[in-house]
Design a protein around this ligand. Sequence first.
Ligand code: DGL
Length: 258
Amino acid sequence: MKNSERPIIVFDSGLGGISVLRKLIQVMPREKFMYFGDSANAPYGPRDPQEVCQLTVDGMAQFDALQPKALVIACNTATAAAQEALEKRYPQIPVVGIEPAVRQALQENPGGRILSLATAGTLASSRYQKQLKEVEGQGEVVSVAAPGIVKYVEGGMSDHEGIVAYLRELTAPWQTAPFQGVVLGCTHFPFAWAEVQEALGYPVRFYEPSSRIAQETRDRIVAQKTANGDTDCGSVTIQNSTNADEMLSLSWKLLTNC
Ligand code: DGL
């Protein structure tokens, strides 16, 4: 198969990974992207890591026949649970994962107070705990699971008042002093940054690594000499495990509106 026909698979538990897909398309407009959202099994956040690993490996494996040139795990929870397993299974292609941008937030706000929002699965993972150890002493990191945002995005982001009230309550214990930065440590969360801002009630800087992930993916396929050239045409295909038309149209809306 010609390299130009081989897709980059982008996987998430649902619609969140579309926040990564849009950056991937910006950086590599001539690549073919196959996005798969496993909304039928979302949320992954509260699931056992072994189960998340299996769902992620199975989700990627269904595209083996397309001979993908790279796999992007556009889900922090799935990365923590399955990146190693995927790297073992696909040693010949790049497997790019994502993790909360806590390091970057503290680098840009030395000694600052950072709110790190992610899923329970990500926060409990050894990968995240290792990152926290590395940044120890560089500032204060308040880690909070926010499954309500995943539900909000998967449900079409219709209950604006409800999500702001939820976020106000969730962050109420830390309203005594302001945060300088908020880490959006789940790929669903960039779609709700404005709601987080509204709930906090003061200006704050947001951190999420999708641009870096897109550049890393490009650098790695360039290094493998599988990147498409100037005359190749890019394309985007979106699939969802629910097979529901409404999930597909919501996916396209998220991709094109933001
Ligand atoms: N989008 C996923 C992440 O980045 C998880 C959402 C879920 O709980 O399914 O962690």
